[in-house]
Design a protein around this ligand. Structure first.
Ligand code: GMT
Length: 381
């Protein structure tokens, strides 16, 4: 740890989603490096270990007052943030996903005693800008919170540029990419394949929360188009309900070749037992799923959207195809399935790139440096 240790409050969505996963991993790494980390959210983030030194969790209680048609989260969150900041003398409130976390943090800072205000660091993850930033009911509040944050980061250059374009943000936004640290292997490739009942045939893996932007329809379409003349399986690690898509798989006649596991919190063993990743999103600021595969030596076929080309080097660590192009995606997938040596070489290169650019060792010190800069020179407010 370089010099100073920080007391950091982290707020994120605790449910399945890239921003919460990244925030949890960051908290774990910061605690490992000697910082004191306080998670503040309505639930304990799902990938956070049950108990770990220097990691604390502060739940936000939400009351459902009859008077309100919709329960409010932003105000109780800001009050809890201010309380934790005061009681634990936090240096930094680091919020992941701007809505409503950045607004709550700005309010918490305003409620803190003069001279004891925590710095606010906001990390943008994607739809907080690309979806909500376009919404007239949110845009001005997001812009305000970003302008008043002491530091703002985005997980890709594409997301930084989109944020500037959509929200006309004039302050600097630093690009700090995502990272992924795999947990130690639990079960072997053979054990996992045995559980999945896939024998030795090539296995294509998809990991996501199945939201509409992930285009699961396109995933199944790509899979179905690549199948003729080949024997392989699709494994979907679903952070959401797969039932609406099971019908489509049945209609396409591929249901018996699709294996689904829902709510797998530790994806590593499943991904490591796979041969190719497949991601067909319409939009991704980064795509943590691709990185999880890369770290485990698995190359991906993906749509070339948003920040994905910053993660995947087309032809070296994976293959890219235009969004919505099931034919192109299926051709790319087929070419990797038909060429195991190329697939393996890409996996090696993917792992090397992940280690160099997207490992905790490469990324976490950048957050530490940012905390040091932000606390040394907070923005005047
Ligand atoms: O994947 C999602 O839909 C969740 C969303 C989030 O904010 O939780 O993911 C975004 O953040 C991830 C972590 O930085 C990125 O890897 C995803 O690309 C991004 N999703 C989109 O931009 C659609």
């Amino acid at each position: 740890m370089p010099g100073r240790s920080f007391r950091v409050g982290i707020t994120c969505y605790p449910s399945v989603g890239g921003s919460g996963i990244l925030a949890s991993a960051l908290g774990e790494e910061l605690a490992r490096r000697g910082h004191e980390v306080h998670f503040i959210s309505y639930d304990r983030p799902f990938r956070l270990p049950a108990a770990a030194p220097r990691i604390h969790f502060h739940p936000v209680a939400i009351n459902d007052y009859e008077l309100f048609k919709y329960p409010d989260y932003t105000l109780p969150l800001s009050v809890k943030m201010a309380e934790v900041a005061r009681d634990h003398a936090l240096d930094v409130l680091h919020v992941h996903y701007a809505v409503p976390h950045a607004t709550a943090a700005i309010l918490a800072r305003a409620m803190s005693a003069a001279g004891r205000e925590p710095c606010v660091v906001t990390t943008l993850h994607g739809t907080d800008t690309t979806l909500l930033g376009r919404d007239a009911g949110y845009g001005p509040a997001i812009r305000h919170a970003l302008t008043r944050s002491d530091a703002v980061t985005a997980v890709s250059g594409w997301l930084r540029d989109e944020t500037v374009r959509l929200l006309k943000v004039e302050r600097p936004i630093e690009v700090i990419p995502n990272f992924f640290t795999p947990r130690p292997p639990g079960r072997s490739r053979a054990e996992i394949r045995d559980e999945l009942g896939v024998g030795d045939v090539p296995l294509v893996v998809h990991v996501s929360n199945l939201r509409p932007v992930k285009r699961i329809d396109m995933l199944l379409e790509t899979f179905a188009r690549a199948l003729p003349g080949r024997d392989f399986r699709l494994l979907v690690l679903a952070g959401g309900d797969f039932r609406p898509f099971a019908e489509q798989a049945k209609r396409m006649g591929v249901a018996d070749r699709v294996v689904v596991r829902e709510n797998v919190f530790e994806v590593e063993d499943y991904v490591a037992a796979s041969d190719v990743g497949l991601f067909t999103s319409d939009s991704e600021s980064f795509c943590l799923g691709i990185l999880e595969a890369m770290v485990l030596g698995v190359p991906s076929v993906s749509t070339a959207v948003g920040g994905v080309p910053e993660v995947v080097v087309d032809g070296q660590t994976g293959l890219l195809a235009p969004a919505g192009d099931a034919t192109g995606l299926a051709a790319a997938l087929g070419s990797l399935l038909d060429d195991p040596p190329r697939r393996l070489a890409m996996g090696v290169e993917a792992r090397r790139r992940a280690r160099e650019l997207f490992s905790a060792e490469a990324v976490v010190p950048r957050y530490e440096e940012l905390y040091a800069r932000a606390t040394a020179a907070p923005v005047p407010h």
